[in-house]
Design a protein around this ligand. Sequence first.
Ligand SMILES: [Zn+2]
Ligand SMILES: [Zn+2]
Length: 349
Amino acid sequence: MAEEFHGYAAFDKEGILKPYSYTPKPLGDEDIEVEISHCGICGSDLHTIRSGWFPTIYPAIVGHEIVGKVLKKGSKVTDFNIGDRVGIGCQVYSCGKCDECNVGYNQLCSKMVFTYNDVWKDAEGVPTQYQAHGGYADKIRAHSDSVFHIPKEISSAEACPLLCAGLTTFLPLKHHKVGPGNKVGIVGIGGLGHLAIQWAAKMGAEVTAISQSDKKRDEAIKLGATHFMNASDPNDVKKFTHSLDIILTTSGDSNTDWTKYMNLIKNRGTLVLIGLPDAPIPIPAFAFMRFIKVEGTLTGGSQDMKDMLEFAVKHNIRPLIQKVPMKDVNEGVKMVLNGKARYRIVLEN
Ligand SMILES: [Zn+2]
Ligand SMILES: [Zn+2]
């Protein structure tokens, strides 16, 4: 009998998750099989189950904030032992030798396999019959280069959101060498933003948390923000005009007034787009005129992941989470969709 893994999959754009079993890829020499204990719910999961960005390969088991224990390993795996507590983020394979992998950008590897909504390829890069399925499940297989030790100081549930949300918000701050003397703005205080505020504050930057109302003011200050800006208050907007070196936007869509955010940035500063809305976003050309750069980002490479986990331990940075049993996965998804999550939902097996 073929082996089967069991999870909860979306079958169409409705995005309702139902039990689903699949045959995993054969365990390769360098692969690890993980028994999943926890999996975070990420915004990307929600876009994917409803084909928000592009058509999804159904049935699809999503989830790329995965923590569990090593159950099996290939004969060439030396960095991990059976029973080790490990994490898997947004990808399950990168080649380790292309131009991007060589400079630490595993997440841009041309041969990479995403954790879900993707297909495993053979050694020549030809797609196989094995679909890549994510962490709303009992088990997963991944190449050992895409598996990471979870430091003992971090609980399994709290580790989950770090593996995508944490890494995604940490990387641009690391790239821009944010530190003392820098003024950083974080737009949106949610699953991504509440981590971004903590990273930037512990890096020594002066952090301005930016929200659409006053509701999260106290929470933002508690997380480490020096200032709070209510983007709906014209006086606040005026006060912060041309004051920030770099802004990370974790929310915003085609209806957002992007010029307002661009105006907050100092000459030659940078806007980093982190949240990825389904539709294109309107930024008028004149908003770039002060040599403002706009850049995107995609999770992080293997070294970035290790740096991020180490930084989280050193500075005691943790996500704020709510746990939901794996079998109630649809309830968890609904909490995120309705904006009820404070701030990340983690499914527990
Ligand atoms: Zn994610
Ligand atoms: Zn590569």
